[in-house]
Each structure stands twice: as structure tokens, then as C-alpha cells.
Design a binder for this molecule. Structure first.
Ligand SMILES: Nc1nc2c(ncn2[C@@H]2O[C@H](COP(=O)(O)OP(=O)(O)OP(=O)(O)O)[C@@H](O)[C@H]2O)c(=O)[nH]1
Ligand SMILES: [Mg+2]
Length: 249
């Protein structure tokens, strides 16, 4: 594996109170717009540390990020082998210096203007999560996610959250790092394990409704490809058993 780290943020901006961390895999079509959208919404009000965590892309993503780093201050971890969603987030977090971090998918499904809703709640909860009230995903995804979330909630006595797996969460960077480092079983379903470990660790989770858009490039999911669903479902159930065993639930 070859890994590179680009940083045009530290010399141009220095520091920020908020970081936006995006996991990225094969997003050549979407990444520039996603990054610029967040930058243009947050930067006029306060400096933002953009941290892009890319791995294993086989399209033009790396080149797009490299070019983007020349015109917009950002940090980027670029790696030749795929680390999975969880791996991308964990490695990205190592580069975040800001006190708070918004972790969001990089495919344009989240509206950056919703960041402010989460930001305004940062003192109220340890973790503020965007609830996708009208989730713009295929039906099979929504059903699978609902089923698994119900299992997780009942197994680990989670509070009645509406959307545990929402990939749009704001928290202190130290909180994100502490919890993420413990996550090891659910790579495809990272936010389920993260939420369980957050709850067990005594962190409060609050939700606020956010918009959810269709994938900007309209192409297939990078993770939940329909033909991979049986395999992913089985992996998730096995991961659930391991987590139960470890946490003695
Ligand atoms: N770093 C990293 N990021 C990943 C990896 N797999 C997916 N991602 C990113 O994680 C985010 C979620 O992946 P998606 O394919 O959009 O998953 P999804 O939102 O559940 O599926 P869609 O409904 O198709 O959008 C995207 O921003 C991807 O680029 C990976 O292996 N490494
Ligand atoms: Mg997506």
C-alpha cells in the first residue's frame, strides 16, 4: 500500500474550530462539488479544516483531489489500497486538528446548509446526528437498514433514535476518535457499531432532521451493491454476535 498526505490547509489557514471529514472511494464525478459546497457554506462564517480520506479509488478521484488541493486549502490522505468505510474514517480522524468534526459522506447526498442545525446543538449533546427523515435510497436499502437498526436498538438498549446510521454527525474530535478506535466489527455498518459504543460509553446522542438527496452522480452505491446484499447481511449479523459477546449483552 502506498499512502500520501497532502496538506495545503496548515500553511494557508493554520487552524479552525471545525473540521469536515469525508471518506472517499471512487468519487471522481462528485468529490469536487461536494467539497466546494461544504467550503462555500462554512468558510464565509468560520475557517474550516477539510479532511479528505480517500483510498483504493480506481477512477480519477486522486487527480481530482490533488488539483482541488491547489485551489482550496485542505488535507487529504490518499491511499492505493481500499480500507473500507470505517478504515477511511479512522485514518482521516488522525489528521483532524480542529476541536469539532463533522463526518459526512462525500457523494453529495447531504446538504451542507444542514451543518448549521447540527452546529447549533453541539453544546446540548455529545454527538449530534442528522436524521434522514425522507431517505433518498432504494427501498431494499431502507428495509435492510430499518431491520438491522431495530435489532441493534433492542439488543443494546439504545434510546429510541430515528436514524442511527445517518452518515452526517457532529461531535468533538476527541469523542469521535475515542469511539471510532474501538469499532472493529461492522465495517459496512460503521455507524451502528459507533452508536452502540457511544451509548455504552455514556455519550449522549441527539438527532435533528436533515435533507437527504439522491447520489449526485446517480451511479450505483460504492458499498451496498444489490448483489452483495446477502453477503453484507450475513457479515452484519456475525458482527452483531461478536459485539454482543464482547459487550456481554
Ligand atoms: N475512504 C473510503 N471511503 C469509502 C469507502 N467505501 C465507500 N466510501 C465512501 O463512503 C461514502 C458512502 O458510500 P456510498 O456508496 O455512498 O454508500 P451509501 O450512501 O450507503 O450508498 P448510496 O445510496 O449509493 O449513496 C461515500 O462518500 C463513499 O465515497 C472506502 O472503502 N474507503
Ligand atoms: Mg451515499
Amino acid at each position: 500500500m502506498i499512502e500520501r498526505f497532502l496538506d495545503t490547509f496548515t500553511s494557508k489557514v493554520g487552524e479552525a474550530e471545525i473540521a469536515v471529514l469525508m471518506p472517499i472511494h471512487n468519487e471522481a464525478e462528485t468529490i469536487e462539488e461536494s467539497v466546494m459546497e461544504f467550503y462555500n457554506v462554512i468558510n464565509p462564517k468560520m475557517p474550516v479544516e477539510l479532511v479528505l480520506s480517500e483510498d483504493g479509488s480506481t477512477d480519477n478521484t486522486e487527480n481530482v483531489i490533488e488539483r482541488l488541493s491547489g485551489k482550496t486549502p485542505l488535507k487529504a490522505v490518499l491511499s492505493t489500497s481500499r480500507k473500507g468505510y470505517a478504515g477511511g474514517i479512522k485514518d482521516g480522524l488522525k489528521r483532524v486538528k480542529a476541536k469539532y468534526v463533522l463526518i459526512t459522506d462525500s457523494d453529495g447526498q447531504h446538504d451542507p446548509r444542514d451543518f448549521w442545525k447540527l452546529w447549533n446543538l453541539r453544546m446540548k449533546y455529545d454527538i449530534v446526528s442528522g436524521w434522514r427523515k425522507e431517505r433518498a435510497d432504494a427501498l431494499y436499502r431502507k428495509v435492510m437498514s430499518k431491520f438491522f437498526q431495530l435489532r441493534i436498538k433492542s439488543t443494546f438498549n439504545l434510546p429510541n433514535l430515528m436514524d442511527i446510521t445517518a452518515p452526517f454527525k457532529l461531535m468533538k474530535t476527541e469523542v469521535a476518535t475515542e469511539i471510532a478506535e474501538k469499532c472493529k466489527y461492522m465495517s459496512e455498518s460503521f455507524w451502528n457499531e459507533f452508536s452502540v459504543r457511544a451509548h455504552i460509553g455514556g455519550f449522549s446522542i441527539g438527532e435533528t432532521p436533515v435533507a437527504h438527496r439522491s447520489r449526485a452522480d446517480k451511479s450505483a452505491t460504492r458499498v451496498y451493491k444489490p448483489w452483495k446484499i446477502p453477503e453484507i447481511a450475513l457479515k452484519q449479523l456475525m458482527a452483531l454476535s461478536k459485539l454482543k459477546l464482547e459487550l456481554k449483552m
